[in-house]
Write a new protein. Structure first.
Length: 327
């Protein structure tokens, strides 16, 4: 009893000292938070966690053999605050003993999609229902993302919204999914090249400003061509100004143009950015062709993507082109 009283008096003295009081509070807060997290259930670590296509979560968690006894169902819970999502999970017995908890969930909007929104991380829980009751396992760790040596990236962005879903540890030591929205993007939806013209369809992502124009800027400084843009069903359309590009480049000269969308206060580089390939240049190949630009003038048009995904248009006049641009 005396020891307890002395301990309490010593602790009160420590808390009166400003510098040490800060240390006590800082150490005590995380301990309480971690204790609260652990009280939700036993802790487990994921063997695999990946968002392979940019929007679908795949997770596998090894569980002790006792978890598989009398299983009647399993679910993966994804929650943040009072919002909770649940998707069915599978329990598979392992050859060497124990069992495996496996689940797949569409994180984005869509049929059966969860539509996870940016903000604080979404916490993961593995829930197993048995004849003896329900056990909720707190997922506290996942393996690091392995850098791919192949043609694809290990954690691509959502190809529709541009959101990124990344595994992160919360302040309480729980494993969560952080949803990060993209910066404004001008994503190529379609490029069409025909005998009589060429068009580009562009989708603006994470950008509320209406498009004003599409600009084609010569890399070598010959000038810039600007064309009006129209929007249909969320796609910004423009005709590639072939005659103007041929005039800017000069007779029989191949000229390279970078493409931008001009909105209210932004100038967005056009390209293919929401994909899962390491180098889009040899993989994402737009159509090319020889296109009529004006009477007596055709151009060889070759759009392509740089390794960073930006769209470049190569234009080379074929035919008679006077110095003043008249054909």
């Amino acid at each position: 009893m005396a020891d307890t009283t002395l301990h309490r008096k010593a602790l009160r003295r420590l808390r009166r000292m400003p510098s040490l009081r800060q240390v006590v509070v800082r150490l005590d807060g995380p301990a309480r938070a971690l204790g609260s997290a652990m009280r939700r259930g036993p802790a487990v670590s994921a063997r695999f966690l990946g968002v392979l296509d940019g929007r679908t979560l795949n997770i596998e968690i090894p569980l002790p053999a006792v978890a598989a006894a009398g299983v009647t169902g399993a679910e993966l819970r994804i929650r943040r605050g009072r919002v909770r999502h649940s998707v069915p999970a599978r329990i598979r017995a392992q050859a060497g003993g124990g069992c495996s908890f496996e689940a797949t969930a569409l994180l984005a909007d869509g049929p059966r999609g969860l539509g996870l929104q940016p903000g604080a991380p979404w916490v993961l829980e593995a829930v197993v229902h048995t004849t003896g009751g329900t056990t909720s396992y707190a997922v506290v760790q996942s393996p690091p993302v392995q850098q791919s040596e192949g043609p694809t990236v290990p954690a691509p962005a959502d190809p529709v919204t541009g959101n990124r879903y990344e595994a992160r540890l919360t302040a309480t030591g729980r494993l969560g999914l952080a949803v990060t929205p993209p910066e404004p993007l001008a994503e190529v939806a379609v490029i069409s090249v025909g005998w009589l013209g060429a068009r580009i369809g562009i989708r603006l992502v994470s950008c509320d400003e209406p498009p004003k124009a599409v600009e084609f800027t010569a890399r070598t400084g010959e000038g810039r061509a600007r064309v009006a843009a129209t929007t249909t069903d969320g796609v910004v359309w423009c005709d590639i100004p072939l005659h103007e590009l041929a005039v800017l480049g000069g007779p029989a000269k191949e000229t390279f143009f970078d493409v931008h969308v001009r909105t209210g206060n932004r100038r967005l580089r056009v390209g293919r950015f929401l994909h899962d390939v390491v180098n889009p240049k040899p993989v994402l190949v737009p159509p090319t062709g020889i296109v009529w630009a004006a009477p007596g003038l055709a151009v060889s048009l070759r759009p392509y993507y740089t390794p960073a995904g930006s769209l470049t248009v190569s234009c080379r006049p074929i035919g008679l082109l006077a110095a003043n641009g008249e054909s």
